[in-house]
Design a binder for this molecule. Sequence first.
Ligand SMILES: [Zn+2]
Length: 186
Amino acid sequence: MAYGYWQKMDSLSPQQRHFCMSRIRGKNTKPEMIVRRWLWSQGFRYRINDHRFIGKPDLVLKKWKTVIFVNGCFWHGHAECGRFRLPKSNVQFWQDKISRNQQRDAANYLQYRLNGWQVIVVWECQLLPAVRQQTLQQLTAVLDKIVLSSSSVASASAELEKESSQYLEGEENLSIAAEESPGYNS
Ligand SMILES: [Zn+2]
């Protein structure tokens, strides 16, 4: 199973691990690249790492008022994740650092939500080969829902416009009929 590769990485020395990671990076399979490529292939268009947005989201889908963060499990302190383990030395330092990151993330997400934006967080561990496809499909499903709900608002207002234009057309027809009716000119 592909997941075994990542488990194996935990038994490597930091140097070996760094080498592994840089090999992976070199092949452009960084977590955010996986998400970008997938969404592009699904027809979504986005901005990347736009610094004008709070917390510099990995992807901004402005049209759908949605930001996507692709978070590393360690730095962002993914609690329910086997990949998040504090180093054995300087425990307090790391604990403080990671919890500051978590608090900052939570504050950022709240800002977006208060402003009517959708926030999607994809964790690095959810993009491991064994679960990647499932995660990406879920991501599309979530985005489809967002698109659908914003286009149902749009189509509701389009319905309204249609109704009022039908009403106008009706009026026009009426006046044409009146012109054509015999006796109008006489
Ligand atoms: Zn994780």
